[in-house]
Ligand binder design. Structure first.
Ligand code: HQG
Length: 178
């Protein structure tokens, strides 16, 4: 079983295109895992996919992207679908990090961090994670330090993604340090 391929396809379905898989998504972005399996099985590639395969693909993955609970599966972050995934705001740590490409820096320091194609801005709780995120777009990424607690105290909303990923609404440049 191609676990990486399976994880990528589930990411695509749950974050970007549940309608292509005829999935009914609740307000937290969760879908019936059996419905997902049935839909994946329509594709020859995933004809024999099982719940165990999905669990295994989550287990061997480099990141915690999904959560299965009460027979439902959801992506923990990364959504771009029009239906906004409801997240409970939570108090963030003092400092969070964001790794990005050098070419975006001027624009970010002018306009702040915006979610761009996704529903939320993605931040990392440690510099290693932020640097890996940034390396997707630039071999020598810039690391931004975000004064998250200060922003939170001034009304900016933050949400938990997984252990290392936090989500937020737009982050004004006054909270960002290069
Ligand atoms: C940039 C992956 C110019 C921002 C990762 C980023 C993460 C601006 C890009 C997760 C800007 C958006 C998300 C502004 C933001 N001007 N550029 N004002 N504001 N940007 O991919 O945070 O492997 O949507 O810096 O590991 O890179 O898929 O966000 O470079 O956790 O599970 O606009 O996706 O996880 O890019 O990555 P993205 P991201 P997975």
């Amino acid at each position: 079983m191609n676990y990486v391929g399976l994880s990528k396809e589930i990411s695509y379905a749950l974050r970007h295109a549940p309608w292509e898989y005829e999935l009914e998504m609740d307000e937290n972005g969760a879908v019936d895992v059996q419905q997902l399996i049935a839909s994946l099985r329509e594709d020859r590639k995933w004809k024999h996919v099982t719940l165990e395969d999905i669990a295994k693909s989550m287990e061997v993955s480099d990141k915690k992207r999904f959560e299965i609970r009460d027979g439902k599966i959801r992506a923990l972050y990364g959504h771009s679908i029009p239906q906004k995934i409801i997240k409970e705001p939570e108090e963030p740590p003092e400092i969070l990090y964001h790794g990005t490409a050098r070419r975006f820096l001027d624009s970010i320091m002018k306009e702040g961090l915006s979610p761009r194609g996704r529903q939320y801005v993605h931040l990392s709780s440690d510099t290693d994670t932020a640097s890996l995120v940034g390396k997707r777009r630039d071999m020598a990424p810039v690391l931004l330090k975000i004064h998250a607690k200060e922003a939170w105290l001034q009304g900016v909303k933050f949400y938990h993604g997984n252990e290392t990923i936090w989500l937020a609404d737009i982050i004004d440049k006054k909270y960002i340090e290069v």
